[in-house]
Structure formats: C-alpha cells, structure tokens
Design a protein around this ligand. Sequence first.
Ligand SMILES: [Zn+2]
Length: 497
Amino acid sequence: MNTLVDYPSVVERYEPTLGLEVHVELSTNTKMFCGCPTTFGAEPNTQVCPTCLGLPGSLPVVNRTAVESAIRIGLALNCSIAPWGRFARKNYFYPDMPKNFQTSQYDEPICVDGYMDVTLDDGTVVRVGIERAHMEEDTGKSLHVGGATGRIHGADYSLLDYNRAGVPLIEIVTKMIPDTGGRAPEVARAYVTQLRDLISSLGVSDVRMDQGSMRCDVNLSLSPAGSGVLGTRTETKNVNSLRSVERAVRYEMSRQAGVLDAGGEIVQETRHFEEQSGTTRAGRRKETSEDYRYFPEPDLVPIAPSAEWVEELRGTLPEKPWERRARIQQAWGLSDEELRDLVNAGALDLIEATVAAGAPAGEARSWWVAYLAQQANSRSVELAELPITPAQVARVIALVAAGDLNNKLARQVVDGVLAGEGEPDAVVESRGLKVVSDDGALIAAVDEALAAQPDVADKIRSGKVQAAGAIVGAVMKATKGQADAKRVRELIIERCG
Ligand SMILES: [Zn+2]
C-alpha cells in the first residue's frame, strides 16, 4: 500500500508537470462519417447504420459541419490550421468499437500549436500551450450488469449501445505545462473551465461533463525540485467534473510523491479517477503509439481546408467569454461576486439579450435573478428553459416604465406569458391588467373608500395626510391592484380638500 504525501510537502520537494487532454463531443445533427442522428438518450442501438457499425462494404463520408467546428475551435485556441491532412486508423479491439479501429487523426492533425491564457482566481495568468486539436469519432457504450461497481470485473454480462459510435469528437491536447508548482490543481481546473466556456460560446458542443460530452484526461508527472529531469507520467482517464479535475491532479501529486519517497518508480499507465473517494486506481499499462498500428485511412479523401474558408470561419468567432464577462461587469457595475452569481445561474445571456431588446440592465437583472429565477426553481428547470423570451421580459419592463403596469400587475403578465397565453400585450388585454389612471374611474373608487371609513376621512381632512395610506389600500383592493397608486393618493388629498 502506497503512502500519500501531504500536499505542502509534495510542493516543497517536487515539481509537477501537467498535461491535459480534453475530448469534446460535437453537437452536430449527424455522426462524423455517416448520416445517423446523434440525439442523446435515444433507445439503445436505434441510431446506427452499416457505416458506424463497421459492416463490410460500407464507406464513410466526412461530416463537413464537424470539420468546420474543429477549425473554429482551433482558431479560438490560436492554433494554425493545417492546409492538408488525412485521417488515420487507430487499430485496437474493444467491444464498444464495432469497426475494431477508430478513425482518428494521427500525425496530420487539423489544428496545431496554439495557446490559451488561463486566469486563476487571484488574477494570475498562465499561458497554456495547445499541442494539437484533432478530429476523431467516439466509441459506443458498454453497460456491465451484475457487478457491484458497474465495472466489467465481477459483472454477469455486458450490454452494448452503439448509438454513440461514430459521434464526432475533438480531442484537444495541451503542451506540457511546467512551473505551476503548488497551483497545478488550480491551473488544471481553470484551464478546463475556460475551455468549456470557450467551446460553449462557439455553439459547437453542449460541453456537459455530467453527460460525457466533455471528458478530461489528466497527465501528470513529478520531478525532484530543481533537477530538471522529467518524471514518468500517468494518465488519469475520464475525469467527469471540474472539481474532479482539481482533485485528480492533487491526488496524483500526493500519490506519486509517496512512491518516489519510498524509492519506487512511477509506472507509465492509465489510471481511473474514483469520484467517491477522490483517489485514482491503476488501469492498463499505457500502450505506445506503435501498439495501435496507425495507418492512413484509405476510404476517406484528405481534408484540405482552403485559406479563404479558414478566414471565413475566423470571421464567425464570437467575443471570448471571459472578455465578454469583463465588458459586461464593467458596463453593469457588478462586483466579482454578483457577476459569478449571474454566470452560475445561467442568467448572463438572458439578461444581455433583455438589455439588447431595450430594457435597462438593472431591471433586466432584477427580473431574471428574482421573479423568474423563482419560477424556474419551482418548475425545476433552468432559467433558459422557461417559456418566456428576453424580448418578452423587455416588453413587460417597458410597460412598467410607461406606467401601464405596476410591479404586481407585471408579475401577473409574466405569469400569463409563462402559461402560454401569448405576448405580454395580449396577456394585458385578455386578463384586463392595465393600470387604471383614468380619473373618472378612480374618483368613484376614492369617494367610495372615503365614505366607508369616515373616521379616516376626518383625520385626513384635519391635516393628518399620512392616514391616506389606509384609503389608498382600500382603493387598490377595490380595483384588484390595478389603480395607479400615486394618482389615487393625489385624488384622496384633493377630495379631502
Ligand atoms: Zn451510422
């Protein structure tokens, strides 16, 4: 049994070298080399065809949208785009891979030599080099039944679902990241977080780590501090949350230091991260690339993106999410914490779109983080899934600003929109929610309320103006909250001389 070394002691005596490989499933409508749909969660083996099942005689065709997405990801990561490249066959046998080879890119990746500047919580910027980003296809899924842990070991039988086989993947590989010292776990997490946000902003993947559409492998080695000798690395596979990325790096640092302290050697192997315990366990010995007998895929023509096409795609890149956040934070005068809350609530895009539709930022923010957040919460859906658009919210805000609605009525209008009753104006009309500020209607209600509470009326007449509140309340009640409260107060004072 291996002893773990205290983290501060690891950092004192060893220098970690980090490398991260992130697989991103693209959200194309169809698979990488065939026309099968890619809908997540479909019945097992309903989204398959001869090509993605690797049946004899079937021929692959490259998905143009996937290539486009790969190029856009590469450009966003400051990579050079290769003017020419072939796919390769990576040969290995595994039951969830029906062809017994994976069509991938080997020595001719489409994107090379980029970087991303990663900002840590305290503002420190670490430049992470990108070695390559290449295209490949996903495997199917195995389900091991009967074992205690869902692992193949101890299972009674296994089921295979090939729906995912052939779904387009981009694998993004960093260069070795040295000199992060004790901050390696934090750098790893910040890198994956930023990468996720960047890819999300491109709209090419839903980057859900919990659903496996983004998966991270952590490479880590230790060298004795100051030695300059690179240690043997391990590769921890399929780390499935941002928090786990940080924990996996930290654990491997402590574990490897324990092995080295005891005079042992680090084995080059893949390891599996255990979510429950936060530890890693040994997997298979790491294959070398020779083991895979890569060779150029003979059934696919090379990919040769023209310079014009690449430039056209560069023109489609959106503002970087972190630059956009900084701009919004400044424009809306938000603290770091307020900004983080908006981002975490998934409200930033919605608020920005509401502002773009003409609403003041403060009110747009208040609607989305208060009333609408409550509505989303009570329906157990994400804010963005509520059946109301930013333009509709902006319209409600405009109606309030124009004095046509007060806040209470505005909430009823929003309720109507959420209930599918149509646009805000239609809901105002059909539910009769407009503020009543027409003096004729209000005077009658004021007189009635004064007559019903003669003692209060006397107080007001004797100069106790603050007593008018009770009458305002009565009028609001009588008009079902639709009276213009400010005008009602004026009328009460007028009527009482
Ligand atoms: Zn297919």
